[in-house]
Design a protein around this ligand. Structure first.
Ligand code: PEP
Length: 254
């Protein structure tokens, strides 16, 4: 089954206007220079940069995404941003259920599910994140935790066209630690099996499952050539054009 690799950058809470716009311009130029590539690119800047980044990406094949959204269309939700607003500003994607939101904002699987449904209704594609903590991995519960998160966080209306999954072991995010390829393969295979039960084999076989957690140019080839790994969700390394593009290049995309 051939699934197009997705190389996605999660800028998190980084970048003032000048810096973020320059980064986006750098990515746009590098993608144009790369020419024909065998992957899809996505950048997810903070809300404050979406407009500027959209302009900076003009003419380059790079999708725009946000890092979260509310489930409501509009109304009395101070400080929140709706999926319709993201669509309106030109986003194609939204990341949901990142472990930093699950931890810092106590987001539950049920809430992530509700947000994902609303995002799909607004015409956005979702990148739904799952992953175990270090203590869960050490207790031998990684598969159980990820499977439960998939069952509860992925809505029934998910298809391979509107949903991407990101497996991000919490202990690998921003730490420089990476699971063994065997462990990555095992979790990705379990996620695909769970998706097949939930959404049918057709959707599961076509749905992209990204790996995220300390992906760098020097480990991209090993991680992104694994059977069920269909791209990467990249934090730190997405803030440098050379590293972001280096990951795509080393994955064999160009
Ligand atoms: C992330 O936050 O999604 C992530 C994977 O971060 P990093 O690449 O920095 O580990």
């Amino acid at each position: 089954m051939s699934r197009k690799l997705l190389i996605a950058g999660n800028w998190k809470m980084n970048g003032l206007v000048a810096e973020g716009t320059n980064l986006a311009k750098g990515v746009a130029e590098a993608v144009k220079k790369a020419g024909k590539v065998e992957c899809e690119f996505l950048v997810c800047p903070p809300f404050t940069l979406l407009s500027n980044v959209k302009k900076a990406l003009r003419g380059a094949k790079v999708n725009l995404g946000a890092q979260d959204c509310h489930f409501a269309e509009k109304g009395a939700h101070t400080g929140d941003i709706s999926p319709v607003m993201l669509k309106d500003i030109g986003c194609q994607y939204v990341i949901l259920g990142h472990s930093e939101r699950r931890t810092d904002h106590y987001e539950s699987n049920e809430l992530v599910n509700k947000k994902a449904q609303a995002a799909h209704t607004a015409g956005l594609k979702t990148v739904i994140c799952v992953g175990e903590t270090l203590s869960e991995r050490e207790a031998g519960k990684a598969l159980e935790v990820c499977t439960k998160q998939i069952i509860e966080s992925v809505p029934e209306d998910s298809t391979s066209s509107n949903t991407v999954i990101a497996y991000e072991p919490v202990w690998a995010i921003g730490t420089g630690k990476v699971p063994t390829t065997k462990d990555v393969e095992e979790v990705h295979a379990a996620i695909r099996k769970t998706l097949a039960k939930k959404l049918g084999k057709g959707n599961a076989n076509k749905m992209r499952i990204l790996y995220g957690g300390s992906v760098k140019p020097n480990n991209a080839k090993e991680l992104l050539s694994l059977e069920d790994v269909d791209g990467a969700l990249i934090g730190g390394a997405s803030l440098k054009v050379e590293d972001f593009m280096g990951i795509a290049k080393n994955s064999g995309a160009f």
